[in-house]
Design a protein around this ligand. Structure first.
Ligand code: B12
Ligand code: SF4
Length: 629
């Protein structure tokens, strides 16, 4: 099941609404001296190809965006802690500006659920007199907010609220809280009063618990699907968030000062940058179109140029990664952006010469833009991550084929842009086929020939918020335990075989290794080093080196799992994960984020320390597959 859409015509905020909220908050901020710590949850067990470098060397945009929004409103006493860099950080020991923070927030993706919940638990140990208001946000909160609430009376720690939306939702929540907050009342107490008065129900995009006697949530109230900001120029400038980063270290506590501006680039040499959101395709394993409520949202070309220029000037950033879902989705707007970036001379020198950027696109749209790829190169574009998934379009059709992929890759290479294919492996695809292009290795050979510079191969795994989610579970495809070992959230990254109807799922695990080994190996590295330089310079050789090192991590982490799949018993799930705590909308009807609920029987028996409650779902479950972006 996908996230529901708001009423047609009401998906986007009115123009100027986010800007007006920011201005109102600036006025309110003068009366409130808030200290905030935001942590980015990161499970180090996910460190593998194809994410091995970007996962830690690119400070995530989500947490920075919320930090920027706070700083923009006037709350400069904010610190952003990345578990990627500070794995020993303990929220129970945090102090900033000599105080326990007023708010502690966690940003988390689904696969980082374990450290996210651990941080919430740890923060809840703070003496209730000083305990900060605890907020969880990020993509995990967007798709499965119920998963971060505890159902275990022995460990009842849960966040006070989950934000299921973007900056606007968070700032609206803050505005409500600061409006009711009296003097230097704690934020938790202001939150409780706002909740009890019904003021939170005016803010779509929240899920908050109503606690029972044992401290465990008895019910979750869902205020609905967020409205989206349509004009991304209304977002606070990303320059602000980088000033708030906690320096990397091994301590459990926070440093006195944030990471100095001149050291940001050392730890985050790549800067992710929001340019557009949304995609016109409708792949059944992808939650993105529904998340964006079928809208395509962009920043103006001038704003993008300004962000790149200022980030380059202030922090020295030269490499940018667009967080686009499909950058070329709207050809006119994409052309506008690349024309502006190619021409822009902020600060008196050509931006296209100072910065290098990459982003995501589809084969179909890359070919539509084929006459403008030289211009894209002039604008600084040097790499495109392309969701090819399956060159024969057997798995999914989105305008790709062997010929089209080959043509797109050749044109990109000629223009000096690296094609970075993202592939999906699935049950029906053999490792190798004779006389056809269907096999995984056959396709990788074609990609190599066509000039692919890097490779991503992920197995289709359930992904919340997608059309396929429900069926994957109900068909018994998803593993619960293998040889008694539970499939944990960190394994939902597409690198582990955790859902398969194949007779020998271990073969699928080995196929992934074989695919990477076929692409990344010393022979290919040497061949690239000896070959004469092409339009993409030495990038293919550098990617080979990263790939060879990364592959070591994949083998180390997943080989044992392959053996387990080979020899041990596989126990399967037949129902999708659902909230064990009853959820309701503010009007009492089905909650928008409780997508699984069609019929349920509540059975309040809390399983030990596990997410969820004892509700039994019998129908309408969703299952997801989403391995790719
Ligand atoms: C860039 C990116 C990556 C980069 C991340 C690098 C980095 N360090 O930043 C790389 C390539 C490494 C990556 C890898 C993976 N990714 Co990825 N990635 C993205 C992508 C394209 C952009 C993320 C981003 O920066 N967005 C821009 C920011 C501004 O938006 P945001 O993160 O959503 O944050 C906003 C809100 O969520 C909210 N928010 C965020 N944090 C907080 C915190 C609080 C307290 C509050 C109140 C609000 C809040 O406010 C923010 C501002 O609007 C998204 C898709 C997308 N378009 O968002 C997928 C996405 C995040 N990835 C996803 C997945 C699944 C993965 C992988 C598992 C691979 C896979 N199977 O697809 C791996 C995991 C790797 C790992 N070890 O973590 C999923 C996550 C789904 C989920 N349920 O959590 C997404 C959403 C794509 C999808 N399927 O829809 N990814
Ligand atoms: S997988 Fe890619 S092309 Fe398909 S809907 Fe998602 S973002 Fe669009």
């Amino acid at each position: 099941m996908e996230l529901p859409r708001r009423t047609r015509g009401d998906e986007l905020l009115k123009p100027g609404e986010l800007t007006a909220t920011r201005l109102r908050l600036r006025k309110l901020a003068k009366k409130h001296d808030l200290v905030t710590v935001i942590a980015c949850a990161f499970d180090h067990r996910t460190r593998m190809l194809p994410f091995i470098y970007a996962d830690t060397r690119m400070a995530p945009a989500g947490i920075r965006a919320i930090g920027s929004a706070l700083a923009d409103a006037g709350f400069e006493k904010t610190r952003l802690v990345l578990q990627q860099w500070n794995r020993n950080f303990r929220p129970s020991r945090m102090q900033l500006d000599g105080r326990v923070p007023d708010m502690f927030m966690v940003s988390s993706m689904g696969m980082h659920e374990a450290p996210c919940r651990a941080m919430v638990r740890d923060a809840s140990r703070i003496d209730p007199k000083h305990r900060p208001l605890i907020i969880v946000g990020g993509s995990h909160g967007v798709y499965e907010p119920f998963k971060v609430f505890s159902t275990d009376p022995a460990q009842p720690a849960s966040p006070d609220v989950v934000v299921t939306g973007e900056e606007y939702v968070f700032l609206s929540l803050l505005e409500v809280l600061l409006t009711v907050r009296a003097g230097n009342e704690s934020m938790r107490s202001a939150f409780a009063r706002a909740r009890d008065s019904g003021a939170l129900d005016e803010v779509p995009g929240l899920v908050y618990p109503l606690n029972g006697r044992n401290g465990v949530a008895e019910e979750l109230v869902d205020t609905g699907i967020q409205p989206l900001v349509g004009d991304l120029d209304e977002l606070p400038h990303p320059i602000l968030g980088y000033r708030l980063l906690e320096p990397p270290g091994r301590r459990a506590t926070l440093g006195t000062h944030a990471l100095p501006a001149d050291r940001v680039r050392k730890y985050s040499p790549i800067s992710s940058i929001v340019m557009t959101f949304g995609c016109k395709f409708n792949c059944p394993y992808c939650p993105i179109p529904a998340y964006n409520q079928r809208q395509f949202r962009t920043k103006s070309p001038e704003r993008i140029a300004d962000e790149m220029h200022r980030l380059n000037k202030e922090y020295g950033h030269r490499y940018f990664f667009g967080t686009d879902d499909n950058f070329f989705n709207d050809h006119t707007r994409a052309l506008d952006i690349i024309e502006t970036l190619a021409r822009a001379e902020p600060g008196g020198s050509r931006l296209g010469r100072r910065v290098r950027w990459g982003t995501e696109a589809t084969i179909h749209d890359t070919l539509k833009m084929k006459d403008h790829l030289d211009l894209a190169h002039e604008a600084g574009c040097r790499a495109l991550w392309i969701g090819v998934e399956d060159m024969t379009a057997t798995l999914i059709k989105k305008g790709q084929s062997v010929d089209k992929t080959t043509e797109a890759f050749r044109r990109l290479r000629t223009a000096g842009i690296c094609p970075m294919p993202m592939m999906m492996h699935h049950d029906a695809q053999p490792l190798y086929t004779r006389g056809s292009d269907y096999g995984l290795l056959n396709q990788i050979r074609l990609l190599k020939k066509a000039g692919a510079v890097s490779l991503q191969v992920l197995m289709l795994v359930p992904s919340p918020g997608t059309k396929l989610y429900n069926g994957t579970y109900t068909s018994g495809q998803v593993f619960d335990r293998v040889g008694g070992r539970r499939v944990d959230p960190y394994m939902h990254d597409g690198n582990y075989i955790i859902a398969s109807h194949h007779k020998h799922p271990w073969m699928k695990q080995l196929n992934l290794m074989a695919a990477y080994l076929y692409f990344y190996n010393v022979g290919s590295l040497l061949a690239l080093l000896l070959r004469k330089k092409t339009n993409v310079g030495d990038k293919p050789a550098s990617m080979q080196l990263i790939g060879i090192i990364g592959l070591g991590h994949n083998i180390y982490r997943t080989f044992g799992w392959a053996c387990r799949l080979m020899f041990r018993k596989i126990e399967r799930l037949h129902e999708q994960p659902a909230s064990l705590i009853p959820m309701r909308s503010i009007g009492g009807s089905q909650a928008d984020h409780d997508l699984a609920v069609i019929s349920l029987t509540v059975e309040r028996s809390a399983p030990n320390g596990q997410t969820g409650n004892g509700s039994k779902r019998t129908a309408g479950q969703r299952v997801e597959h989403a391995a790719s972006h």
